[in-house]
Design a binder for this molecule. Structure first.
Ligand code: ADP
Length: 335
């Protein structure tokens, strides 16, 4: 079964991603609050010799949800089974996974807000009573066979906790809200990654890359690799602040860390819709992207950077957004 993977393998992970993943809670940088909360949950469960409550990890992509799920399993000394909401289209897929679980296992469901309805309903019972009802046959002859599921811990990850149904959300005993990282934390992520990859990264260069990484470790690691490419090809391989800046310019990452899509969204909002308010799906159409990508990938950081405000009538550009695009904000623009 392809979905029963070794602990260190995540679909779509490259070898590099895997080598940079923190393996223990103490290696996990930042997110102090979440780490403290998790430590308590895991410690208490270990003391009791029971599986912990189900755990929901919520936050934008690249903040470390998958890494944390693996760490949770490692800290519990448990195996992890990895799947995702979109992969659980049929309830039967989920039933197969659940019935293969061994006591104490961690079941990680990424993008759990995208799980299909029948699988979601099956999950309720499994989470609550460690049981599933498998329907066999069709029509009037269909029968439902109850099956026991070994006690397990569900770790769900979502970029949109608001899109979870109430009943699903209620079945998690603990929700960790992951925040964007501070630059100082990203500097630590970069130093760690540079050491693992054998990159000579100057202190100032680390700060420069960190400040342009959209508060996101995955982006910091990606930019580190691009900056290294540049330093190797155009320089002597040492990453200093000048080569870091030059490399980031080549890859269209601006001083705030906004990339092409972020700027396209801001540009559409400001130039196409006079600064808004405009709905997110209209904005997405204007930049030729999926609404989910604009809403879950771009928008959270643009909001945190103070460029976009969410209002009941739609998205509005702030004065900072106009200025960032070198335009004069209209009178009455939000600050
Ligand atoms: P998510 O599941 O939220 O999209 P991941 O767990 O896949 O995020 O993290 C993306 C990458 O960022 C990982 O491969 C890891 O190298 C790095 N990373 C994430 N969080 C941290 C952290 N707290 N400390 C160090 N590296 C991290």
């Amino acid at each position: 079964d392809e979905e029963l993977l070794a602990p260190s393998t995540v679909p779509g992970d490259t070898e590099l991603d895997a080598s940079l993943r923190p393996r223990t809670l103490s290696e996990f940088i930042g997110q102090a609050k979440v780490r403290e909360q998790l430590e308590l949950v895991l410690h208490a469960a270990r003391n009791r010799g029971r599986t912990p409550d189900h755990i929901l990890l919520s936050g934008p992509p690249g903040l470390g949800k998958t890494s944390l799920a693996m760490i949770i399993a490692a800290e519990l000394g448990a195996a992890i089974r990895i799947t995702s909401g979109p992969a659980l289209e049929r309830a039967g897929d989920l039933a197969a996974m659940l019935s293969n679980l061994v006591e104490g296992d961690v079941l990680f469901i990424d993008e759990i807000h995208r799980i299909a309805r029948p699988a979601e309903e099956m999950l309720y019972l499994a989470m609550e009573d460690f049981r599933v009802d498998v329907v066999v046959g069709k029509g009037p002859g269909a029968t439902s066979i109850p099956l026991d599921v070994a006690p397990f811990t569900l770790v769900g990850a979502t970029t949109r906790s608001g899109a979870l149904t109430g009943p699903l959300r209620d079945r998690f005993g603990f929700t960790a809200h992951m925040e964007f990282y501070e630059s100082t934390e990203l500097v630590r992520v970069l130093r760690r990654s540079a050491a693992i990859l054998g990159i000579a990264l100057a202190e100032e260069a680390a700060a420069e890359v960190a400040s342009r990484s959209r508060g996101t470790p995955r982006i910091a690691n990606r930019l580190l690799r691009r900056v290294r490419d540049y330093a190797e090809v155009r320089g002597d391989g040492q990453v200093d602040v000048a080569s870091a800046r030059a490399a980031l310019a080549v890859y269209d990452v601006d001083e705030l860390g906004l990339d092409r899509l972020d700027r396209a969204v801001l540009g559409a909002l400001v130039r196409g819709f006079g600064g808004g308010p405009v709905g997110v799906s209209t904005l997405a159409v204007a930049v030729g992207e999926e609404p989910a990508t604009v809403e879950e990938v771009c928008e959270p950081f643009l909001v945190r950077a103070g460029m976009i405000a969410r209002t009941p009538r739609g998205r509005v550009a702030t004065a900072a957004a106009w200025r960032h695009l070198h335009l004069t904000p209209p009178a009455g623009a939000l600050n």
